[in-house]
Design a protein around this ligand. Sequence first.
Ligand code: MN
Length: 367
Amino acid sequence: MWNMDWKPYDGEERGLAPPPREIDRRAPYKRIATEEAWNIPEILAAQVRLLERAGAPDDPSLRMAGMFSKLNDLQDQLMDLGERRLARMDALGIDKQLLLLTSPGVQVLDPDEGTALARLANDRLAEACGRHPNRYAGLTVFQPQDVKGAVAEIERGMQTLKLNGAVLNSHFRGRYLDELEFWPIIEALEANDAALYIHPTIPPRAWSQPYEFRGFGGALAGFPHEVWMHTMGLILSGAFDRFPKFRLVIGHMGEALPLLLYRFDWMQSNADGKAGLRGGAPAVKLRHKISHYFKNNIWITTSGQGWEPSIKFCMDVLGPERVIYAMDYPYQQSADEVAAYDAFDMSPEHKKMLMQTNAEHVFRLKR
Ligand code: MN
């Protein structure tokens, strides 16, 4: 589907990759990386089983899981929550990882199986966090197609397992949380004070073809556009007006959305207050401008984007409290990138917010 041989540069051409530099081993902040992927073998096996089943869903995300299943070294890194990962974190100067079940996760599976495997993954995650409380925190995973099961698992993950929020690998067989039947999930997230991290997957079958045709299903376009759809869908559905304490986190510099907030506010009436959207829903008129939700309900992380101008822009327009460091282990890992953060020309206060304290606050790491 696309080239899985990740390289920041080939040969002499480095592009925007930062120059080689030493990590500051005495930095006056902890580095908490907040979009770090992991998986369990049972979920990978269930994805492969479903993919090979007669009449398997025609789901590009499921095919992506099948493609990833063949990358043995990647899978070893995803499955390991022990010495290998900790050694790599040490080498990269990462004090703590916030663990997110890797995309596409349980939500490509059938509803009951997805919920059962979400429970298993959350149990294992809580164990790992218990073994290494200074090195790991983690987000509850749930199967959104099973709304009741998802609500129960969010409650269990937050109240019993003491996890640090929830993760959704974006659409589920083409469905999005902005559809009313899934709002009990948002209600549960808000009630349990769980920030929801929406992580990308490849776009659904209904609109993936032009992307896959060009090799753009992933990070070059499909991933950011898909989370863009989910985020704008939630805003324009009125979900944040209905649940004003609902907190959303999106990665990859907010999937580029912050760059266009001015225009979104200007053009808001394209979708705001319009009847008949989402298959005939009544008109929803937002209480605020789109930019308001980015400054009150949404946080962004810097996953895969160790690029000073973009980070400073987002801190400027959203506020320094809304931008959170992430690496995207194991998919994108670079000591040069970590060292580049150390070298950013930024006040010590803002640097510490970026690398440490914003994550502690949003993911309630000290609860
Ligand atoms: Mn990621």
